[in-house]
Write a protein that binds this ligand. Structure first.
Ligand SMILES: C[S@@+](CC[C@H](N)C(=O)[O-])C[C@H]1O[C@@H](n2cnc3c(N)ncnc32)[C@H](O)[C@@H]1O
Length: 263
């Protein structure tokens, strides 16, 4: 299995419950509408075949499934069986989605042996690619599976990230967290520029303003950088911020690269 985390941290990176908590808190307190921002840029059209790598509980899959109809499809994979189950339960009848449990390190084998649709007009991965050790190999497979004129789109978080900065004041943040925040600038941007003649780059600017310490701690507990020993210090810091400013506010930004096949 290919993953940058092990044990308890792997659980928090892949569990359906942790993802649901992070998504709900992000959605409730964000200054910008991430789903709308992303869908506008992915610009999915009716009839398109889409590959979704690291689909989780379907935040993108479900929206894309509506946009590809009639005639298109979504082939989605995630390493978390419980997340794929949640996605499958959330599908409406007739949604043209094949969602499978699989490791993105095995993407080529899944395309060759499991997915019914094997060439894509859009191959996309949101908040997921940096979890795999073989991220560049996965990018190569995604690009190789594009139809002529198809797009490859990858979204990743980007520095600064205020909650990570707070955690770092009171604990040692694992290196893969910093790696994920640098993934866009250090891996994606050069890889896309080498792989495509034309690359679109988009920066997502977002601030979270969380009004209760309980929600901040619920979010923190669902992250890979959670440390039980640091929790009371972090809670005290957040409570002081909320008393002063009415909310714990921080930046949580992202980077989206889109390349278009030139054939
Ligand atoms: C932060 S979630 C993002 C999910 C979804 N794209 C979204 O934006 O809500 C990252 C997902 O990547 C999945 N993942 C991590 N490592 C993976 C791997 N090696 N292969 C496939 N999926 C993986 C996790 O299980 C998790 O569902």
């Amino acid at each position: 299995m290919s993953h940058v985390y092990e044990g308890e941290k792997f659980e928090r990176a892949t569990s359906r419950e942790s993802l649901a908590k992070r998504l709900a808190i992000n959605k409730a307190y964000a200054s910008a509408d991430f789903d709308g921002w992303l869908m506008e840029r992915l610009a999915v059209q009716p009839g398109e075949d889409v590959l979704d790598v690291g689909c989780g509980t379907g935040a993108q899959t479900l929206a894309i499934a509506k946009r590809v109809q009639p005639g298109g499809s979504v082939s989605a994979l995630d390493i978390s069986a419980s997340s794929v189950e949640a996605l499958t339960e959330a599908l409406d009848e007739g949604d043209p989605v094949q969602a499978v449990v699989g490791d993105m390190a095995d993407l080529q084998a899944l395309i060759d042996g499991t997915f019914r649709v094997t060439r894509y007009d859009l191959a996309q991965s949101t908040y997921a690619l940096y979890y795999a050790n073989e991220r560049e190999a996965v990018l190569d497979v995604m690009k190789g599976a594009l139809n002529p004129g198809g797009r490859l789109a990858v979204f990743t978080p980007q520095e600064p990230h205020g909650l990570v900065e707070l955690a770092a004041r009171f604990s040692t943040v694992p290196e893969p967290v910093y790696d994920s925040l640098r993934f866009g600038a250090e891996v994606l941007a050069p890889w896309f520029r080498a792989a495509f003649e034309t690359v679109e780059e988009h920066h997502f600017h977002n601030r979270l303003a969380i009004p209760t310490a309980d929600d901040v701690i619920t979010f923190y507990r669902a992250t890979t950088y959670y440390e039980a020993d640091a929790e009371s210090d972090i809670r005290a810091y957040v409570e002081a911020e909320i008393a002063n400013k009415g909310a714990f506010e921080y930046e949580k930004n992202g980077y989206l690269a889109i390349g278009r096949d030139g054939k």
